[in-house]
Design a protein around this ligand. Structure first.
Ligand code: IPE
Ligand code: IPE
Ligand code: MG
Length: 255
């Protein structure tokens, strides 16, 4: 959903958290280990953040696992990342079911092996009725890819007579992005110390609160996540309004 909802001002726990899990390679390098050891260690942080999201009442968690640009890395590293996807999914899917977590994989999945695509589909199907948390893993995802594929779908819809150019508005674009119907991220976290978006959720993050942590992803634990959530809770989201307008509407709502 693209609607900028002033009611979001009052939420203390973000409904949707998006995370760029960065710093695996440097974490490993600092320890004299191969970069791939960092990716393995990062899986532990994923588990912690998923569990804490359920505990804190976050509704949607979107994790950037592999960007459309990460294919440019050395083939050996890409291969290990693919293997990790498979083995982690195999091990974790049962826990997702037990915890009531729904899994969605977002991105251009056509680039993955048919085996991995089948595994993604299987894991999504097993968890599709769960509603305690929606866990979205962004794999071969890019914000520009997402907007481009929405534009392509719109062009097809116009050609097919389902849409007229005058009907193209923000809602029409948002409805064609890769996860329609999910609220935009409220809190956008990046670990690893870099302060950039690296082509993650470009459209959807228009009004996300940004939070940068200097911790490398394998070091990002429950306490670090709680600190990010606390920081979010103290922010005043204005969505273009004045601080006074927001304060007045908060006191009306009583939040
Ligand atoms: C993030 O960690 C994981 C992926 C991009 C797959 P990096 O591998 O980017 O780690 P650094 O940034 O090199 O330390
Ligand atoms: C962003 O991290 C992508 C993921 C975490 C999956 P990168 O490490 O690829 O980003 P850059 O290259 O430093 O911008
Ligand atoms: Mg990186």
């Amino acid at each position: 959903m693209t609607g900028i909802n002033p009611g979001d001002n009052h939420r203390r726990v973000p409904e949707h958290v998006a995370i760029i899990m960065d710093g695996n390679g440097r974490w490993a390098k600092q320890r004299g280990l191969p970069r791939t050891a960092g990716h393995r260690a990062g899986a532990k942080s994923v588990r912690a953040v998923v569990e804490e999201s359920v505990r804190h009442g976050v509704g949607v968690l979107t994790l950037f696992a592999f960007s459309s640009e990460n294919w440019r890395r050395p083939p050996g590293e890409v291969m290990v990342l693919m293997e990790l996807f498979m083995s982690t999914l195999q091990v974790e899917v049962q826990r997702l079911v037990e915890h009531g977590i729904r899994l969605r994989i977002i991105g251009d999945l056509s680039a993955f092996s048919t085996r991995l695509q089948a595994q993604f589909a299987h894991a999504e199907a097993l968890t599709q009725d769960n509603d305690r948390l929606v866990l979205q893993i962004a794999a071969n995802y890019g914000g520009r890819w997402d907007i481009t594929q929405a534009a392509r779908t719109m062009a097809r819809d116009v050609l097919a007579g389902r849409l007229t150019p005058d009907d193209i508005n923000e809602a029409a674009v948002a409805a064609r992005l890769s996860f329609p119907g999910v609220p935009d991220p409220d809190l956008f976290i990046r670990t690893g110390g870099e302060k950039r978006i690296s082509n993650f959720l470009l459209w959807q993050s228009a009004y996300a609160e940004l939070y940068f942590s200097d911790l490398m992803w394998p070091e990002f634990d429950a306490a670090a996540y709680a600190a990010a959530l606390n920081d979010f809770a103290r922010r005043q989201r204005r969505f273009g309004l004045t601080g006074e307008q927001v304060a007045a509407s908060v006191s009306v709502v009583g939040g």
